[in-house]
Design a protein around this ligand. Sequence first.
Ligand SMILES: [Zn+2]
Length: 426
Amino acid sequence: MNKRFLDRVLPDPSPPALKAGRRDLRRRNTWLLLHLLQTEGPSSQAELARRSALSPATVSGILQPLVEAQILVEEGKATSGLGRRASILAFNRRTALTVGISIDQEECEVGLVDLSARVIDHASASYPRYTEPHEVVELAACGVSALIERNGLDRGALVGAGVAVPGLIDSKSGLVCVAANLGWRQVQLRALVEQRLGLPVRVEHLGRAKARAEATWGKGKGHRNFVCLELGSGIGAGVMADGRILRGAGAIAGEVGHTPIDSASPRCACGLNGCWEVFCASPAIRRRLAELLDSGAGAGTVLTPDSSLADIGRAYEQGDPVARGVIQATAAHLARGLVGVIWNFDPEIIILTGPVIRDCPGLLEATGPILSGLEAARRFDVPLVAASQGSDAGVVAASSIVSLHHIQELAGAERRAHQPQLAVTG
Ligand SMILES: [Zn+2]
């Protein structure tokens, strides 16, 4: 077993316990190979043997039963190399798909995602602010049904649904304790979604789910310390600290948007005045646009007080003066808050994601130079980058809540199916 490799790979959820004896070797090796297929995508057995440092015979002995059980399928042949071309193995989309549901204040995204984070299809629905939880769940469930139908899939292939939501989340019970920006309190979200979809469901804080997905497939890969900052109707972060996702005593670690900046500024949904997110989240950007237009600075602009974030983003790219004013002012506040993030978490990299960055990518471009001119950021030179999944980031993150655990379940089930042959070399 290549222990150094295991130390580097995704730390959360953890691989099967290291204390396990030979009885669990097969389970551990199975998890390792499935994890490689999950994180690196479809691979040949030779490639898996090389990456895992397991013998080709061990790899074949583990993978062949998984092919026979239709958990894995051949997906083409390797394109390079001499001699017989090797089969490329991948997770079978016909037998295992996950549902990702990402919820924000005024929109939810749903997607069907395979166990290697490849999005089969996705859709989104918008709704007014403070829509009731059961109505949002109904919209999401209708979206899932439409995607299944549109892609000619069998509902039986769905192994579970992950729901990512901002706020104070008890991920063990699936309870949304408080989601101030959604207006939700004490919502049994897992139970609601399970009841409606008829699937096992896991619920996680949106920022933490995004951070885990970035650690597994994106810009966080290879970093033991990074912050994934979600900019939507609020600001929340998933913090990877020393290789673990930070949760805190009450699972509120990373709610950096509620850092008080200026007590004389407007009230935040949390009850305090002048939190960081009051200056940078989507309502702040819309408010800033309205203020600029009100002040008579609207000459030559295509924007109106009803313009969407995407309108502002497009106008910024075209050099619209009002859009530039809105984005530059937002970037200045964002950069100052990011200095606090750097001092608090000492990240190797900061990843920006969420609807604001999706719709206004120019905000990232405008923030970088301002941040690098500020103390701390200048001293520590922390790169600021966009998340890797683009518009699919929400559904990939949500589905990963389920798919990362599903691999462990597959490895455990595989072990049980092979009890008599536990003496596997490793
Ligand atoms: Zn607040």
